[in-house]
Ligand binder design. Sequence first.
Ligand SMILES: C[S@@+](CC[C@H](N)C(=O)[O-])C[C@H]1O[C@@H](n2cnc3c(N)ncnc32)[C@H](O)[C@@H]1O
Length: 269
Amino acid sequence: MDPAVLPILQCPRCKTAAPFAGSRMPRCRSCGLEPATAQPVLDLFDATIGGEPLATTNEQRLMESDLVARIYDRVWRPGFVRLLAGRGAGGSVGGLSGELFIHKHSLGLDERPGPWLDLSCGPGAFARAIAASAPGALVVGLDISRAMLDVAAQRTGGYPNVVLVRADAHALPFVDGAFGGVNNAGALHAYDDPELVFREIRRVLRPGGIYCGSTFAEAPSLLGRITARAAGIRRFEPAELRAWLARIGFADYEDVRLGGALVFRVRRP
Ligand SMILES: C[S@@+](CC[C@H](N)C(=O)[O-])C[C@H]1O[C@@H](n2cnc3c(N)ncnc32)[C@H](O)[C@@H]1O
């Protein structure tokens, strides 16, 4: 684990800032909490709740399967995005998926020093792209799925600036103002309480920091709409997101539509 992460961590149990003195066998200096693992994933989830999370949706059960985690980037994600957001969501720019390209540019990786949080990083495609573009900055990939993080650990092994953390997006284990930017691709629909996650993202961003997310807006095809409804996938309309994020205290909302997908960016004033 890159020790650069130690000063921005917050104990998930007692909320002590920078609770771990060492990265090898960390133990909270205040309440004694010990992460379930420190390498290659800093697991702050099990120690907090004392057991396995109970996935509340079928989609999340799939996200916790080793098979889905392994085929996610190549098969699962492209197929799912195409079904729910149509062909227009799947294009590529300069060898990157259009969505990844927009995320990287929206975060302004050249303009800010980081650190960067890839929230709900899955197998780590966005974390890798950010780490490659910002080699001097710390990049934290966070997810709740152990299977996804195991695959992310294999695929980010060549990036010494990436740290992987297992935790819940509704209770981020970081101090206030820890990050220069938060990336949050394709995960809003997966959260039980997006309002709480938005508040946590605002809390861990420093003033001037950027939050860039992507999600599903309206499906262009009837099949996409039926699938989304059957799978219980929540959709977010741009006007709804703009008003919601403004109420929480974000500014400068901008978005780009990619078929039925939406990439948005806001700034913490
Ligand atoms: C559809 S995947 C997106 C993965 C990746 N960001 C991407 O765009 O390729 C959604 C991810 O959100 C994660 N997730 C769901 N609920 C979460 C929570 N409460 N806290 C953190 N991550 C969560 C899932 O485990 C899964 O990896």
